[in-house]
Design a protein around this ligand. Structure first.
Ligand SMILES: *[C@@H]1O[C@H](CO)[C@@H](O)[C@H](O)[C@H]1NC(C)=O
Ligand SMILES: *[C@@H]1O[C@H](CO)[C@@H](O)[C@H](O)[C@H]1NC(C)=O
Ligand SMILES: *[C@@H]1O[C@H](CO)[C@@H](O)[C@H](O)[C@H]1NC(C)=O
Ligand SMILES: *[C@@H]1O[C@H](CO)[C@@H](O)[C@H](O)[C@H]1NC(C)=O
Ligand SMILES: *[C@@H]1O[C@H](CO)[C@@H](O)[C@H](O)[C@H]1NC(C)=O
Length: 380
């Protein structure tokens, strides 16, 4: 299971967006009504736990008080977005217990990639729920909930989406980090670069498919700086010249940046192809990189520190796991104060870091176009 998390990492471009004053007061707040999310562990609110092994303690300890399927001590960026929109946290599509899909559904699963990987969960922790499958699941979800909505008594509608909300919903993508992790694992620079147009194209196909099903508002996160993840730093015998000014692996971040550069160009092209769609590109990479570069100033310990897990002397015991080392059992528990840390488990961010990033992206300051999320339905 730890592999799922390891490979479920996130990336971006340093495009400094000119936050022009788009006549905000003239724009009406969008009434999204529902959110549909597609992604990996960065936005998995319990899908992976429903499909495979549940996230164990101490995950969830900060906010939920128990493990709730998130690879985090508390809430994820997607949770803060839902709260900001006045909606409940998203139920995972695959979760059969206690779910409500009235305000949307979450198709994200830890370990998922955009492209199917020809690998497996048992082999190397790669999720079979690649983006194409998540989209097929969405199509089926829309079709079947519509069918039940029509047939059932109104009192049974409570947990079903209102059919008219699909065209008004916000469709979020946060996926690509594991395609990059796979690239780092299996491809040299030139082979990876050659594969990026296809990766980005498959994401565009997912958007097009949803558009054909009536979706109109898309909010696309790029991928974070994978070379800044503490786990990458603990795995390597690193030479100083491999690191950038924030202590991140330059070569790994270059993969993220290349993906993001092409993703942004593809999103801009999609605006021409889908004239009735409002497409926002969100520079998660820049937000996370800013946080990492200003960790101390923002009240965090250094970004390379991990709250939960044991990573010393070439020994890697992942958050919540136990391992016998020379006759001594090591339990990889969490730190005393997770909100001081940026990294929860070496791969995933803490709730405190997720809140920091969410607050910055929600008002549009890392977006193209630079509209707050509540105005993302408008085509500038
Ligand atoms: C997986 O295998 C199929 C068939 O050989 C191939 O077309 C596809 O490109 C492969 N996917 C990846 C990500 O390598
Ligand atoms: C449900 O009913 C509405 C209104 O009669 C109809 O337009 C729609 O196609 C139906 N949906 C399904 C899935 O049967
Ligand atoms: C990179 O990988 C490709 C495909 O496996 C191979 O053809 C090429 O020779 C490699 N390039 C370098 C510089 O190793
Ligand atoms: C475990 O034992 C080996 C062999 O004696 C030693 O080299 C290694 O440093 C020990 N590891 C730890 C964590 O104590
Ligand atoms: C967005 O919010 C962040 C964090 O509160 C703030 O620093 C930034 O100035 C805001 N940007 C805009 C355009 O409102």
């Amino acid at each position: 299971m730890e592999n799922v998390k390891v490979f479920s990492i996130i990336i971006a471009v340093f495009s400094v967006l000119s936050v022009e004053s788009v006549g905000l007061k003239d724009l009406k707040t969008c009434n999204f009504g529902a959110v549909y999310n597609f992604g990996d562990s960065n936005s998995d609110t319990g899908g992976g736990s429903a499909a495979f092994w549940p996230a164990g303690k101490p995950c969830g300890e900060t906010f939920f008080g128990r493990p709730v399927g998130r690879g985090c001590d508390g809430r994820l960026i997607i949770d803060f977005i839902a709260e900001h929109l006045g909606l409940p946290h998203l139920s995972p599509y695959l979760d059969s217990i206690g779910t409500s899909f009235r305000y949307g559904a979450n198709f994200a699963i830890g370990g998922s990639t955009i492209r199917p990987q020809n690998e497996s969960m048992s082999l190397n922790g790669v999720s079979p729920f690649s983006l194409d499958i998540q989209i097929v699941q969405f199509d089926q979800f829309k079709d079947r909930t519509g069918h039940f909505y029509n047939r059932s008594y109104p009192r049974h509608h409570r947990n079903l989406p209102r059919p008219e909300d699909f065209s008004k919903a916000l469709y979020i993508f946060d996926i690509g980090q594991n395609d990059i992790a796979a690239g780092l694992r299996k491809k040299n620079d030139s082979a990876f670069h050659a594969s990026v147009p296809d990766i980005v194209d498959q994401l565009a196909k997912a958007v097009q498919n949803l558009y054909e099903h009536g979706a109109r508002t898309f909010w696309v996160h790029n991928t974070g700086p994978i070379g800044c993840l503490p786990v990458s730093l603990h795995y390597h015998d690193i030479k100083p010249e491999e690191l950038d000014e924030q202590g991140c692996l330059k070569a790994q971040n270059a993969y993220s940046m290349e993906f993001n550069r092409q993703l942004k160009a593809r999103v801009i092209k999609l605006r021409e192809e889908l004239p009735h769609a409002a497409l926002t590109y969100v520079d998660i990479y820049a937000a996370k990189y800013e946080l990492i570069g200003n960790a101390k100033k923002q009240g965090f310990v250094e970004a390379a520190n991990i709250c939960c897990g044991f990573h010393e002397d070439e020994i890697q015991v992942y958050c919540g796991h136990k391992q016998n080392i020379n006759g001594t059992e090591i339990y990889a528990g969490s730190c005393e104060n997770p909100s001081d840390f940026i990294s929860w488990d070496g791969v995933h961010y803490t709730e405190a870091a997720n809140r920091w990033v969410a607050h910055r992206i929600i008002n549009g300051s890392f977006s193209d176009p630079p509209l707050p999320i509540k105005h993302a339905c408008h085509i500038p």
